[in-house]
Ligand binder design. Structure first.
Ligand code: HEM
Ligand SMILES: *[C@@H]1O[C@H](CO)[C@@H](O)[C@H](O)[C@H]1NC(C)=O
Ligand SMILES: *[C@@H]1O[C@H](CO)[C@@H](O)[C@H](O)[C@H]1NC(C)=O
Ligand SMILES: *[C@@H]1O[C@H](CO)[C@@H](O)[C@H](O)[C@H]1NC(C)=O
Length: 496
């Protein structure tokens, strides 16, 4: 799929709206950058390489500027020292307006409006607590069992020779199925669902179109995407889900609360469940790949992290051997500081999510003790943490993977600064404020568990002559970037 289609549509819209001239800057407002085609504005440049685009504009216009992108006025706050004051101002800046409008169109459920579904929005928000706190331990335990199940049946079948594989494909197939089993449960009979490969294939097809859907390109313009989405949604129809066992509390609660809303049709309920499938694997699969790739690509990092895992097991009386199953509890995972640092470092290098808020009224946005800027109702205020993640003043030699960058004195390092001032926010792969990813603790734990199994059971090598994969820019702004190509690797059962 090329980018020509959205380009064409944007151009057409641009021509149609040629007459609608843009606004002009008022005193007190940030510098305004409009671009040469009305409406489309800077959308095309931004879409090509958002990080570069923003860095160039920062050099020219300073830390705060407004860009007209696809008809919307977006004010970017580039200085991470200003992040706290933006994240704090919840009253005039609504975080949810944007996602509440875009997500229903993307996943195919009716907008969760207070008038149509009284109370549903609050109930859904509350259900997110079932991914955290006390609920994390059973989820983590279940994930461990499911990862072990998939590993054992698919990859630990006694062969001691080197095997070849593609790393992204390997990470995806294991993590997709284990996460699915953990969140949605097991089939009525047997331990694994039939047709997981097909489901994952359809998921990837949908996922490839995800950036277009988020850009609100109508789904009927996107080839077979609508049919693929319908197939994915139908997997989660109530009559199917009712047969699954050991479903997570999170999904059980959501299914119960959907039942309380007669206005929701069965396909609507299924579409809500499908949205959670995207949320739970869409970012996790590429994030797992990057963590695995960077560790396997650096012999020293791999050695230190593997030793740390072996030590944590030994501290609880387990001597790892290639013939036994292992179990790593939440407490044990918490002790893996080097592994956590390596995962954080790979998130730093691969995440490009945009944090968006919509101004609810014309007001003066306070930046720090002596600066504020005017914003207008409907304007978007955006943070783009990738610029922070790749800032050489914050992270020395920012393009280099350093597995221990987030460790200091044997603990997680939180001391990062810019212009001599300590940063409150230095790593933001999960968003910020009230809409921050509710699955973040589970996500980190499951990536840890996967990497533990990979490093404990296998000797691992990248095949020669491969460059570090690039970051596919097509979902810049939307989360963890996919690798632009897969990586060939070799693995064999360790002799331990
Ligand atoms: C490395 C993996 C992950 C990353 C980087 C990630 C990142 C994000 C981000 C950036 C957001 C959007 C916040 C915003 O509105 O700006 C989000 C939302 C969300 N994530 Fe994650 N996520 C990950 C894994 C997961 C997992 C495993 C789950 C569930 C099991 C999950 C569940 C959700 C849900 C339900 C939302 C929507 C929250 C809302 O509507 O307020 N995520 N995630
Ligand atoms: C079932 O789920 C619970 C947590 O909800 C978990 O502790 C248990 O290990 C799971 N059982 C299986 C067989 O996956
Ligand atoms: C990794 O990042 C998370 C935030 O995303 C943070 O809570 C955690 O302390 C970090 N751990 C280390 C070892 O840096
Ligand atoms: C497992 O490790 C032992 C050494 O402890 C080794 O002899 C055996 O070959 C390994 N198993 C396989 C299938 O590689």
């Amino acid at each position: 799929m090329s980018f020509l289609l959205p380009l064409l549509i944007s151009l057409l819209l641009g021509l149609l709206l040629w007459i609608l001239r843009g606004r002009t800057r008022k005193p007190g407002e940030p510098p305004l950058v409009k671009g040469w085609i009305p409406f489309v504005g800077k959308a095309l440049d931004f879409g090509k390489d958002a990080h570069k685009f923003l860095e160039e504009h920062k050099r020219e216009y300073g830390d705060v500027f407004t860009v007209r992108i696809a008809g919307k006025y977006m004010t970017f706050i580039m200085d991470p020292l200003l992040y706290p004051s933006i994240i704090k101002q919840g009253r005039q800046l609504d975080f949810h307006e944007f996602t509440n409008k875009v997500a229903p169109l993307t996943f195919g459920y009716p907008p969760v409006l207070r008038t149509a579904f009284p109370g549903l929005w609050e109930q859904i928000k509350r259900s997110f607590q079932l991914l955290q706190g006390d609920h994390l331990a059973p989820l983590t335990e279940s994930m461990m069992g499911n990862l072990m199940l998939v590993f054992r049946q698919d990859h630990l079948n006694g062969e001691s020779d080197w095997r070849r594989g593609s790393l992204y494909e390997f990470c995806c197939s294991v993590m997709f199925e284990a996460t699915f089993l953990t969140i949605y449960g097991r089939p009525a009979t047997g331990v694994r669902h039939g047709g997981m490969d097909r489901l994952m294939n359809d998921f990837h097809k949908f996922d490839n179109m995800f950036p277009f859907l988020i850009a609100q390109i109508p789904i009927w313009l996107l080839g077979r995407t609508l049919a693929v989405r319908q197939k994915l949604i139908s997997y989660f129809l109530p009559q199917h889900m009712a047969q699954w066992t050991n479903t997570s509390q999170f999904i059980q609660r959501r299914a119960e609360l959907f039942e309380q809303h007669d206005e929701l049709k069965d396909v609507d309920k299924a579409a809500h469940h499908f949205a959670i499938l995207w949320a739970s694997v869409g970012n996790t699969l590429p994030a797992t790949f990057w963590a695995a790739y960077f560790l396997v690509s650096q012999v020293e990092a791999l050695k230190v992290v593997r030793q740390e895992i072996v030590d944590v097991l030994r501290d609880s009386g387990v001597d790892f051997s290639n013939s036994s199953d292992i179990m790593l509890s939440k407490e044990q995972l918490d002790k893996l500081v080097f592994l956590e640092s390596a995962i954080n470092e790979s998130l730093r290098l691969s995440s490009a999510s945009m944090n968006i808020r919509v101004a609810q009224e014309d007001f003066s946005l306070r930046l720090d003790s002596d600066r504020s800027v005017g914003v207008r109702k409907g304007d978007i205020i955006a943070l783009y943490p990738q610029s922070l993640h790749l800032d050489p003043e914050v992270y020395d030699d920012p393009q280099t993977f350093r597995f221990d960058r987030f460790v200091q004195d044997g603990r997680g390092k939180t001391d990062f600064s810019k212009d001599g001032q300590k940063l409150s926010y230095f790593l933001m792969p999960f968003g910020s404020g009230s809409s921050m990813c509710p699955g973040r603790y589970f996500a980190i734990n499951e990536i840890k568990q996967f990497v533990c199994l990979l490093l404990l059971y296998f000797d691992l090598q990248l095949e020669d002559g491969q460059n570090r994969p690039g970051l596919d820019p097509s979902r810049a702004g939307l989360g963890i970037l996919l690798p632009s190509s897969d990586i060939r690797f070799r693995y064999r059962l360790r002799s331990v």
